[in-house]
Design a protein around this ligand. Structure first.
Ligand SMILES: [Mn+2]
Length: 228
């Protein structure tokens, strides 16, 4: 089975409960649409856990991108003292959690900005549309558009495309008033049953503020939630 999730934001305990709730196993796949770091206190532990899951595909969100920019300025500093640089990078995250190591840093700064498969595209914030309502070709979309787009969440934005866009970035409560995953069927589909029937799926349940973390199973569009 393939699951999609977004904006876990360091909520390690909540994430582990969700994985237990869905009975996630190493033969399953998890698409993580960015922003798993910052806000919650257990960012590093969560990142290490995700990176150790054999079939978890983590994408860059604006928060991982901000860390990448911080990392780049440190690496371009005049003195290449790697112990001092690692210490500075560790200060980026709140004290009290697990310590950042170089292996985790290397993974964090080298995440893709999108993933695409036959049935879906994963991206953090969204993708711009062409005037005729199709997705702009991925090769022409900037990284900034992929991680910062706030228009894509609007209910009226429904790309005319054969693939579903999985995204997060803005809590769904800003759209529908409550923290639940929003599934948008494509034009002409009344009862969507798999990801292939959908134009887009908005995944961000705003876990840190709402206390609710959810994910969707792309095979049958079943949604799962845990709350603090
Ligand atoms: Mn974001």
């Amino acid at each position: 089975m393939t699951y999609a999730i977004s904006d876990i934001h360091g909520e390690y305990a909540l994430f582990m409960r969700l994985m237990e709730h869905i009975g996630y196993s190493d033969s399953d796949r998890l698409i993580v649409c960015g922003d798993f770091i910052d806000k919650g206190r257990d960012t590093v532990r969560l990142a290490k856990t995700l990176f150790a899951m054999p079939e978890a595909y983590c994408l860059t969100g604006n928060h991982e991108h901000a860390f990448f920019q911080f990392y780049r300025t440190r690496m371009h500093s005049a003195v290449m003292d790697f112990d001092a640089i690692l210490w500075q990078l560790q200060q980026y995250f709140p004290a009290g959690g697990e310590d950042l190591d170089w292996e985790t840093v290397d993974r964090l700064v080298d995440l893709p900005y999108y993933m695409e498969e036959e049935r879906f595209i994963g991206v953090h914030a969204g993708l711009p549309l062409t005037p005729d309502g199709r997705l702009k070709p991925l090769g022409e979309v900037t990284r900034e558009e992929m991680i910062h787009d706030r228009r894509f969440k609007d209910a009226c934005v429904l790309p005319r495309e054969s693939r579903c866009v999985l995204f997060g970035h803005t809590p769904t409560s800003y759209v529908c008033g409550e923290p639940r995953i929003l599934i948008y069927p494509r034009h002409g589909v009344v009862r969507p049953t798999t990801v292939a029937d959908c134009a887009k799926i908005h995944l961000d349940t705003g876990a840190t503020a709402s206390g609710v973390l959810g994910c969707v199973r792309l095979d049958d569009l079943h949604t799962f939630y845990v709350r603090k």
